[in-house]
Write a protein of this length. Structure first.
Length: 321
């Protein structure tokens, strides 16, 4: 790590003045270690990827996404397939990637830990979907991608309320969704190694997971999921029952969840989702907490395609087990 581009969203967060102060503190950590650092505020919600690409073109060997999973998601879009390293400084509402890597919540402490980080080549997920104009699109993800209920959840989040309420908005929307959503079904096709044809199931939600520890109450959600894997761990909710969803989530919070025929954990190479024939309900797609579009969708893995900064001595387990 010789030249670092530090990308952050100046309009994000509940207290912008404090956010700017934290960026200055993080900047000081790297400069005191003799590292050249350039601070790059984003110009729009979608500009982080382009700005990261420009920084790499200008000779920066490391790009730090200062924010939540959404910021890391945007930055990584231009870094997959390249040699520059991506690092994360947790400063967002959701910091699942940073948590899984074992980084502390304090941005300054995380920056100090990254000074001794190692560069690890990891696999990332890829989602191919239809955007709101019904055009084919593709995005990479590193935490998780969801179809169905998960997508509806993120489609309802108001960005202005998110800045004011933070994680509380997530809880309020989750409760509202659980009480009002009808959990419509779509068709999912699981492509598993060693099989000639995909397995077909009806599902109300598909969650393709790349990490194990999301932080907070959601830990070890999909046993076996890890950034070092070249496959997907997919949670398939094959039910429309609110009670089944509630029981499962409560079990997750107490780390006693089990998988069954109703809520199944599928190890596969890829999964495709399509609307049921004649269905008039739109099923939404999200990746890393960012709403993307609608079905049809294909989710798969791009092996060993991103260089990620990983703490040399993470606070928790290694994310590559």
């Amino acid at each position: 790590m010789r030249r670092v581009a530090l990308i952050y969203n100046p309009a994000s967060g509940q207290r912008q003045a404090r956010r700017i102060g934290l960026i200055a503190d993080v900047l000081a950590v790297f400069r005191s270690a003799g590292i050249e650092v350039k601070v790059i505020p984003t110009e729009s919600p979608e500009s982080a990827g382009i700005q990261a690409k420009d920084a790499v073109h200008d000779g920066y060997d490391t790009v730090l996404a200062c924010g939540g999973d959404g910021t890391a998601h945007e930055v990584m879009q231009s870094m997959v397939g390249g040699s520059a390293a991506l690092g994360v400084i947790p400063m967002g509402t959701a910091n699942a990637l940073a948590t899984d890597l074992g980084l502390p919540r304090s941005p300054v402490k995380a920056a100090k830990m990254l000074l001794n980080a190692i560069e690890v080549r990891v696999s990332v997920g890829q989602v191919s979907y239809r955007d709101n104009a019904d055009k084919p699109r593709s995005r990479y993800f590193v935490v998780a991608a969801g179809v169905g209920v998960d997508g509806v959840f993120f489609s309802r989040l108001d960005s202005r309320l998110k800045q004011k309420l933070g994680y509380l908005l997530y809880l309020l929307e989750a409760v509202k969704l659980g009480m009002t959503h009808t959990f419509p079904l779509f068709r999912a096709f699981f492509f598993q190694a060693g099989t000639d044809a995909p397995r077909s199931e009806k599902a109300s939600q598909i969650l393709a997971v790349r990490i194990s520890n999301f932080g907070g109450l959601v830990q070890n959600l999909a046993p076996g999921a890890a950034l070092g894997n070249d496959n997907l761990h997919v949670i398939a909710f094959k039910t429309r029952s609110r009670l089944h969803y509630l029981r499962f989530m409560v079990a997750v919070w107490f780390r006693r969840h089990r998988y069954s025929r109703t809520i199944e954990l599928v190890d596969c190479a890829a999964v495709e989702c399509r609307d049921l024939e004649g269905s008039k309900v739109r099923s939404y797609v999200e990746a890393d907490g960012e709403l993307l579009g609608t079905l049809p969708v294909r989710i798969e893995v791009v092996p060993q395609s991103l260089t990620l900064l990983v703490p040399a001595k993470p606070k928790q387990r290694t994310p590559f087990a």
